[in-house]
Design a protein around this ligand. Structure first.
Ligand code: BES
Ligand code: ZN
Ligand code: ZN
Length: 488
């Protein structure tokens, strides 16, 4: 899909179909040529409403407001409606807010995110046919738009949305086609394309690094584990950020086997690690002046004679002992070692981990929202804010000392599950905090993406299946940190 910005008025732009976004039910606006037809069709221009006037080659879509999130969804809806049609090009005006062109970015993201579909395993493909999108800088509110600024926004939108789709593809790929070594190859290939440094740790090095809890989780699988370390290191970078992702290419639950209904979709347990790969891709392509490290623990959690067991006590990389009472709480074990390794390798200003860590997070905040935890309220709030800026939903869940007591163990330093059935997202986060060292304690946030990472229906600009949760929020956060640096 390519985008072209033009200063020509929309009417003079050549394209097979025109898309008109009706903002705030403003059907009286001069852009609306088909008032009578729209009325006849019962189109009242609410968010997510669309009306395709096929004989006129015009498509109307509604948006509640000029907020990025609403425009993004409207653009995604437009492209979805056109999916079954033969149109190959479309044109659209610019919709902006008091001279600020940021909705342009949201619109472009919406087109690319909305056009996504995962068809690897379909014999008959039904891919998006729109190949060319012309955006006229003639503007809905008749404001002046700087073309250079606008093209930069389009460029950023393309990188961010393409990286999100890259993550979606990895997550949607089946467990027998995407196991740890495949994830490592994907990382290597992407690193080669984008100029990132990439180091892959195999079992021998993992043993040398004393990542015994990660190795224990991986033990019963025929697919050997990998730890991926990607580096973006521009000259003169003033800030360092570390990202860590849970990359369970399949989570059967291990000997604490998941019930059949709960095992389905567990190919998505690699969403955190896949998000880290997508974020690194975008950061490299945007060439942001921040040093960013991405670590992924790629492991498959299976059963077998060699499996780790409830009753085992494992020793994590930092020497802490962990009593295993449930082998399905495996993500925190993998992350424990990868967090320790990441902190050993890099001292950073921010440390973020991404994981489909708990079903409890989905119970607490629903399918569409990520839970943000940590020891520092400001860091938590920063993530929530940037998530919203980027069009993702996130909410802070606060730690408390009473829940912390529920992961105490009688026989080891800590237990891998809590002794209460409630507050499971938080107790999992508190377990991870045991593996964040003093230097990073106030710089860390844990992002549980179990809700939004994989949803079995389309929602907003997201398709059935993987959404690429975490990518947009983190790209935005790192971009804004880079901006702050430039101002100093
Ligand atoms: N990968 C799952 C969490 C999950 C559940 C992600 C549903 C996405 C959707 C994780 O490894 C897990 O199984 N967690 C257990 C923890 C429990 C044993 C303490 C859970 O949430 O039930
Ligand atoms: Zn599990
Ligand atoms: Zn898991």
């Amino acid at each position: 899909m390519n985008f072209e910005l033009t200063v020509l008025p929309l009417e003079d732009v050549a394209a097979e179909i025109k898309v008109i976004i009706i903002v705030d039910s403003n059907l009286k606006h001069r852009f609306v040529q088909d008032k009578k037809l729209l009325k006849k069709a019962g189109f009242s221009s609410g968010q997510d409403e669309t009306c395709l006037l096929i004989e006129k080659n015009r498509l109307y879509v509604g948006a509640t407001s000029l907020k990025g999130a609403d425009i993004r969804r409207a653009a995604a809806n437009a492209i979805k409606v056109l999916k079954g049609t033969k149109y190959k090009s479309l044109k659209v005006a610019t919709y902006t807010n008091a001279g600020c062109t940021y909705t342009l970015r949201a619109m472009v993201e919406g087109f690319i995110l909305g056009a996504y579909s995962f068809e690897t395993y379909k014999s008959k493909k039904n891919e998006n046919k729109i190949k060319h999108i012309s955006i006229s800088l003639e503007e809905y509110n008749e404001l002046e738009i700087d073309i250079e600024k606008a093209s930069l926004l389009v460029h950023k939108a393309q990188i961010t949305a393409d990286a999100t789709n890259f993550t979606r593809d990895i997550v949607n790929t089946t467990p027998d086609d995407c196991y740890p070594d495949v994830m490592a190859s994907i990382a290597e290939g992407m690193a080669e394309d984008t100029g990132l440094r990439c180091k892959i740790l195999k079992p021998k090095q993992l043993r040398k690094e004393k990542m015994e809890t990660l190795l224990a989780v991986a033990r019963a699988s025929r697919h050997k584990p990998r730890v991926i370390h990607l580096t973006h290191k521009p000259k003169g970078a003033k800030k360092v950020i570390t990202l860590v992702g849970k990359g369970l290419t399949y989570d059967s639950g291990g000997l604490s086997l998941k019930p059949a209904d709960y095992m389905v979709t567990m190919k998505s347990d690699k969403s955190g690690g896949s998000a880290v790969l997508g974020i690194m891709k975008a950061i490299a392509e945007l060439n942001l002046p921040i040093e960013v490290h991405g670590f992924v623990g790629a492991v498959e959690n299976m059963i077998g004679g060699d499996a780790y067991k409830p009753d085992d006590v494992l020793v994590a990389k930092n020497g802490k002992t962990i009593e295993i009472r449930n082998t399905d709480a495996e993500g925190r074990l993998v992350l424990a070692d990868v967090l320790c390794y990441a902190q050993q390798e890099v001292k950073s200003d921010y440390l973020f981990d991404f994981a489909t860590l708990t079903g409890a997070s989905v119970v607490a905040v629903g399918h569409y929202t990520s839970s943000i935890m940590g020891n520092n309220k400001e860091v938590q709030d920063l993530v929530v804010k940037e998530a919203h800026n980027a069009g993702e939903l996130a909410t802070a869940l606060d730690f408390n000392p009473y829940l912390k007591k529920t992961i105490k163990s009688e026989i080891a330093d800590v237990c891998n599950i809590s002794n209460t059935r409630y507050g499971g997202a938080i107790t999992a986060g508190q377990f991870l905090s045991e593996f964040v060292d003093k230097k990073h304690a106030e710089k860390w946030a844990h992002i549980d993406i179990a809700g939004p990472a994989f949803v079995e229906h389309a929602w907003g600009e997201n398709p059935f299946g993987a959404s690429g949760a975490g990518v947009r929020m983190m790209v935005k956060l790192i971009e804004n940190l880079a901006k702050d640096e430039n101002h100093h």
